[in-house]
Write a protein that binds this ligand. Sequence first.
Ligand SMILES: CC(C)(COP(=O)(O)OP(=O)(O)OC[C@H]1O[C@@H](n2cnc3c(N)ncnc32)[C@H](O)[C@@H]1OP(=O)(O)O)[C@@H](O)C(=O)NCCC(=O)NCCS
Length: 173
Amino acid sequence: MRIVTPTSTLRDWSTSDAARIVKYADNPRIACHLRDAFPSPYTKEDAERFITFATGPGRHLYLAIDISGEAIGGIGISPLADVKHRTAEIGYWLAEPFWGRGIATDAVRSLVPVAFERMGMVRLEAGIHSDNPASMRVLEKCGFTREAVHKKAVTKNGRLLDEVVYVRFAEME
Ligand SMILES: CC(C)(COP(=O)(O)OP(=O)(O)OC[C@H]1O[C@@H](n2cnc3c(N)ncnc32)[C@H](O)[C@@H]1OP(=O)(O)O)[C@@H](O)C(=O)NCCC(=O)NCCS
């Protein structure tokens, strides 16, 4: 898949992206806002494992955020299972040198219609750690609303945080 946004191109991951992922993802200022499945330090083996999963079978859609042929971040839609099969989580990260240029906002804005129209999702959600106002702002700019605060739901790097749940729904007749 290839989606051109105003500031980047969203495209499939490739095995040749591994070195770039390590260069940018090996950053505790990124990992601290993500699940522990996004490790810190982030090794080449971690990148290769991720690319194998991202490009493998499954209902998920994980794309690289690409500028000038270089993967500088990632964005993904992960459908849940069972009775929540039309709910999906949206997640994303961006290399620190590229923060503050609207790139994540453009990526989320461009992927939301894919989740609703092509993947058949009805509800998109993201659980943001309470110490991550930049990510909350990205979602607000993309039409998500704050649905709930799950108090003390997250322990990250030994710190107890609230999880702020943002949602956006497909427009249905
Ligand atoms: C969160 C992240 C994806 C944002 O990417 P980005 O491309 O810099 O985001 P954008 O430029 O599109 O928008 C950021 C918005 O947050 C705002 N912002 C940044 N830091 C902020 C802060 N400390 N408090 C409040 N708002 C803040 C910016 O001003 C901007 O809003 P504006 O356009 O109204 O001015 C990026 O910082 C990142 O990868 N962080 C680490 C990983 C992460 O947090 N992923 C999301 C996990 S849920």
